[in-house]
Design a protein around this ligand. Structure first.
Ligand SMILES: C[S@@+](CC[C@H](N)C(=O)[O-])C[C@H]1O[C@@H](n2cnc3c(N)ncnc32)[C@H](O)[C@@H]1O
Length: 395
């Protein structure tokens, strides 16, 4: 998508200006239609005032050499409170120009429900528990129609239920152009303590649907190959009931698997099944955990007990207690011994197998009931856990 002739740029959480500098460099080197850049940068950390000012001076120099006009307005204030005032159209809010480009690598931090930022965002009708989504929601509102946003954030907003209101606003007011992910966190973010998976998003403020969305992937090192593909929008933006979520297929195998899933004749809900998390949170159940089986104890199954498709219990290489006392206090934590499909809830992107599944077969582990630890999923049916008819056996 071409850049406008006059760029009015918002850089919220500018740091030392790296994103503005990248855009300026591109404008100056590529010689497109842009003849003027005005940047409004927000940065709250006083320690970054000097490097940011230096960066703006360098941008000015680059632009001058390329015959592009450059002006900058650096605001050393809290972006959230300044932007909320504008979004709420408060009388004494500082005037900001309409932005047609926004760049953001906002702070990633949970915001407590009683924190100032949370209350400010709520006063502008934005409900989110993470600062980065608050930044993006405000930026989206400050953008002019057809304004472009490029953001670098964790990818949790794509499908987490916590980000549902943010996602709804994003997918209603913006059109996704491109999503870029990284093969591994270990290369591009190796110097930063980034544990979350990161996505770069390019979106345009427009309700005009697009037939395709570009999905790309790299290891983040300059000159290394880039996988990219334009996918039908409905392969990337999926809907489950009223919720829409973003699926970023990272290679052809995932697309193939997605196609196979879509061809399945029924969903879990059609079969009357739902999925529940294991009920035993081990540190809360500590008084009832036991190292060895004894009277009125039952197995407690952890993710390491899932072993090549079956449950290996006990797992002798595990140090954790794998037995739980059956008593009044644990009655709600245990479920009847039966056939269960159990799935690990968490696997790292770098692991070879992302989906780890095993069958709990009651005839291999004689017990009246069983506890599943909270890091695994088990299916439930009509409020109780799934059971196969008596006498049935897996093949
Ligand atoms: C993840 S860093 C990104 C810096 C820069 N944009 C980059 O990509 O290198 C986020 C920046 O936002 C700034 N920041 C955090 N909270 C802010 C707020 N409420 N208002 C303005 N800036 C904020 C931090 O000081 C930090 O420099």
């Amino acid at each position: 998508m071409p850049l406008p002739e006059t760029i009015s740029l918002l850089d919220a959480g500018a740091g030392s200006g790296a994103l503005t500098a990248a855009l300026v460099r591109r404008v100056c080197h590529k010689r497109g239609p842009t003849r003027r850049i005005h940047v409004t940068a927000f940065e709250i950390d006083p320690a970054l005032a000097q490097p940011l000012a230096q960066c703006m001076a360098e941008c000015q120099r680059m632009c001058k050499a390329a015959d592009v006009q450059f002006t900058a307005d650096v605001q050393h204030t809290d972006f959230i409170s300044a932007a909320v005032q504008i979004v709420r159209r408060e009388l004494f809010a500082a005037a900001l120009p309409p932005f047609n480009v926004a760049l953001a690598n906002p702070p990633y931090r949970k915001i407590r429900s009683d924190s100032t930022h949370r209350l400010l965002l709520r006063s502008a009708g934005i409900e989110t528990s993470n600062l980065y989504a608050g930044f993006l929601a405000l930026i989206m509102r400050l953008l002019a129609p057809n304004g472009q946003l490029v953001s670098i954030t964790p990818r949790s907003f794509c499908n987490s239920p916590y980000f549902r209101p943010f996602r709804t606003e994003l997918l209603t007011s913006m059109t996704l152009q491109r999503l870029h992910t990284f093969v591994s966190r270990a290369t591009v973010f190796r110097h930063d303590d980034v544990l979350q998976e990161t996505v770069i998003m390019h979106a345009v403020k427009s309700a005009q649907p697009r037939a395709t969305i570009w999905v790309s992937r790299s290891n983040g090192l300059a000159g290394h190959p880039l996988y990219e593909q334009a996918l039908p929008s409905d392969t990337v933006i999926c809907a489950t009931g009223a919720d829409r979520w973003i699926h970023i297929p990272e290679h052809e195998d995932i697309l193939r698997a997605q196609g196979q899933c879509q061809r399945l004749p029924a969903t879990l809900a059609d079969l009357g099944l739902a999925v529940s998390t294991g009920r035993v949170v081990d540190f809360r159940a500590r008084p009832w955990l036991r190292a060895e089986p004894g009277e009125a104890t039952v197995p407690l199954i952890y993710p390491p007990n899932l072993h090549y498709g079956v449950i290996q219990w006990p797992n002798v290489s595990m140090r954790k207690p794998q037995v739980i006392q059956r008593c009044a206090e644990t009655a709600n934590l245990l479920i009847p011994s039966a056939v269960y499909v159990v799935v690990k809830r968490f696997t790292a992107k770098e692991e070879r197998r992302r989906l780890v599944v095993a069958l709990y077969e009651p005839w291999r582990i004689p017990a009246e009931s069983v506890g599943f630890e909270n890091h695994i999923f088990t299916p439930t049916v009509a409020g109780s856990n799934l059971r196969l008819p008596k006498g049935s056996r897996s093949s």
